[in-house]
Design a binder for this molecule. Structure first.
Ligand code: ADP
Length: 213
């Protein structure tokens, strides 16, 4: 991706609004000579920002812009998009976990042990499954029903949204805890956020709707 100069950005805007437009017409709009404009037009064409057709003029290359935006989206870091994690203690009852799920309007809760380390994941369906045929939801702790360490798929703040999307799709899960490692060998992590399929969709929309230059 090249960094555009102010003039190159101006040219892009002119072509975007008025294309197809000849080099001569662009030069007139910028009060420049055609010769003075030539290097910038060459750079914009070679970089893929503009398309040139003989005897017609310059076009804005929408495909190129979309590709740039898509690349930008995929390389965004988890840390910049992570949401607040909803955390419960492993001794919390299934009943209270269900209440928490509604209060916080989330689909997944994370359970932590007495040291505050990630111990389990509790999803909507984990709770529904337990609720069917279990009368004592107030007595049953989430530790009994949660998916526990070391089977939890996690993500680091420095990983990309592409990494996060792959992990969720490949493991058939809706969210990932964003973690800070305390001890890799013992699989002890602190939870610093969460990434969900909604996070990915929101980031995608935000970036694709950004005004491109
Ligand atoms: P739901 O069960 O509501 O469809 P998920 O698809 O996220 O939600 O969860 C499917 C199963 O995978 C559940 O049993 C849940 O405990 C487990 N799970 C969810 N997230 C993770 C994760 N990050 N790592 C490992 N297991 C997970």
């Amino acid at each position: 991706m090249i960094k555009l100069t102010k003039r190159q950005a101006e040219i892009l805007e002119i072509v975007k609004e008025n294309g197809p437009i000849t080099g001569q017409q662009i030069a007139e709009r910028l009060s420049l000579t055609r010769a003075a404009l030539r290097p910038d037009l060459a750079i914009l064409t070679m970089s893929g920002n503009l398309d040139a057709r003989p005897r017609v003029g310059y076009y804005f290359n929408h495909n190129y812009q979309t590709k740039l935006q898509a690349e930008k989206f995929l390389h965004q870091k988890v840390t910049d998009y992570k949401a607040h994690p909803i955390v419960v203690d492993i001794s919390t009852s299934v009943y209270d976990a269900i209440v928490q799920l509604f209060l916080e309007d989330v689909g997944t809760l994370y359970a932590v042990d007495e040291k505050g380390h990630l111990a389990g994941v509790i999803s909507r369906k984990d709770l529904l499954r337990t609720a069917i045929g279990n009368k004592d939801l107030q007595e049953l702790p989430v530790s009994v029903i949660m998916t526990r360490m070391p089977n939890i798929i996690t993500i680091n703040p420095e990983e990309s949204l592409l990494d996060a999307a792959k992990k969720m799709i490949n493991n058939h899960i809706d969210s990932l805890p964003v973690i800070k490692e305390v001890d890799e060998e013992k699989h002890t992590y602190l939870i610093v956020g969460r990434i969900t399929k909604t996070t990915i969709t929101r980031a995608y929309l935000e970036i694709m709707e950004q005004k491109s230059v």
